[in-house]
Design a protein around this ligand. Structure first.
Ligand code: ADP
Ligand code: MG
Length: 383
């Protein structure tokens, strides 16, 4: 009786594994000569999970993806894709790879083939679809990435964002169980990032398991069901987007997340490059989907505060920071500066200060041995 119990238990375990865990990594390590990139990494990913992988560059994110799709062989450890050990000589690696799509930073489309041919090539050859079947499927995918009208275009006639959407459609045409994206928007002009993210989002709901290495944190927060922060040769912290972005637990994750949401700028004279500062503020606002109107108001407030301090000889050096908080959608403008102590808002207020007061939900001034600190909470009107 006990034997039967044990084997049925084992059976359940096997079924459960087969059905839910689609990627299993066990104690994976990878070095290049003396450089250890990954050390003893273990990970289970369930079917349908959408996992964002974030972290500083050089922490092994691309190497990790390459170990998952068999392009790199780990030094030790195991990788199971849908139950198949990809390092085992007896595993048909091509069969395993056909379950996995890959989308890179550079689009790698075949430049001498039309968009339609790019998408239908692999399904015809590898899935043995007829020309008509492959075409019907490609049309559906082109609809999903909103590029049906480009079916007969050559890749060179398309923008970078459009080419990347074709690359995504091409990966999806193989009916992959898993798609690995390695910084799919990093090579794009900022104006094209949104359309590519929108295309990825379309597929995220379709039950395909996705791993996306990305620097687009707002996208990761919105689309991913899980976030892996990579650092120190492995997966340093693993959690839901809320856990990682709002409440990271470990020091390196905290530092990384904190830095992402902050724009710092140093001003050393009245003749500083204010156009560069404005551009940085505008890009910062874009990153957090702050409307152009609020972004403009943010520039204006920064300008008023900085020039008030400089022109009234209250400061000769200013360390400025803008920190976005997604909890309440406010941006905190902090100004740390030298010069005589005194709260600028205490005395008579000129027009600039009146404007700042109107735009701030809170103003805080302190002074200590390091100098003056002014903090203004600016409303973005987003939340
Ligand atoms: P990222 O997290 O930015 O994607 P990578 O995975 O590309 O980082 O690289 C991690 C480290 O491994 C880097 O220091 C990189 O120089 C090194 N590396 C990556 N691929 C190779 C290779 N084929 N040969 C030698 N070193 C490599
Ligand atoms: Mg990389």
């Amino acid at each position: 009786v006990r034997g039967i119990y044990d084997s049925s238990h084992l059976q359940t375990y096997r079924t459960e594994r087969r059905e839910s865990t689609v990627i299993r990594v066990e104690n994976l390590s990878k070095s290049f000569g003396k450089l250890t990139v990954l050390r003893d990494v273990s990970l289970h990913i369930k079917k349908g999970e959408c996992v964002a992988i974030i972290g500083p560059s050089g922490t092994g994110k691309s190497v990790f993806l390459s170990c998952l799709n068999g392009l790199m062989t780990p030094d030790c450890g195991k990788v199971f894709i849908d139950g198949d050990d990809i390092c085992d000589r007896h595993t048909n690696i091509n069969k395993v790879r056909s379950k996995m799509g890959m989308v890179y930073q550079a689009f790698h489309l075949f430049s001498h083939l039309t968009v339609m041919e790019n998408i239908t090539l692999a399904p015809r050859k590898l899935l043995r679809l007829s020309a008509a079947e492959a075409q019907t499927k490609a049309e559906k995918l082109l609809d999903m990435v909103a590029l049906r009208e480009k079916a007969n275009a050559m890749p060179g006639e398309l923008s970078g964002g459009q080419q990347q959407r074709i690359a995504i459609a091409r990966a999806m045409a193989m009916d992959p169980q898993i798609v690995l994206f390695d910084e799919p928007t990093s090579a794009l002009d900022p104006t094209m990032v949104g359309e590519v993210l929108a295309a990825i989002r379309t597929f995220a709901d379709k039950g395909v398991t996705m791993l996306i290495v990305t620097h687009e944190m707002e996208f990761a927060r919105e689309v991913a069901s899980r976030v892996l922060y990579m650092d120190e040769n492995g997966i340093y912290e693993d959690g839901t987007p809320e856990q990682i972005f709002d409440n990271p637990q470990k020091p390196k994750t905290k530092a990384f997340i904190g830095k992402l949401k902050t724009l710092r700028y140093e001003i050393a004279s009245k003749n500083f490059d204010f156009l560069q500062l404005y551009t940085q503020i505008s890009l910062f606002c874009q990153k957090y989907r702050i409307t152009p109107k609020s972004s403009h108001s943010m520039q204006l407030c920064t300008e008023e505060a900085v020039f008030y301090l400089l022109n009234n000889d209250l400061a000769s050096r200013i360390e400025l920071s803008l920190e976005y908080s997604d909890k309440n959608g406010t941006v905190t403008l902090s100004l740390d500066y030298d010069g005589p102590p005194g709260n600028p808002f205490d005395g008579e207020e000129d027009l600039g200060l009146i404007l700042l007061r109107a735009k701030s939900s809170q103003i805080e001034y302190t002074n200590d041995e390091k100098g003056n600190h002014l903090k203004l909470n600016l409303q973005t009107g987003e939340k």
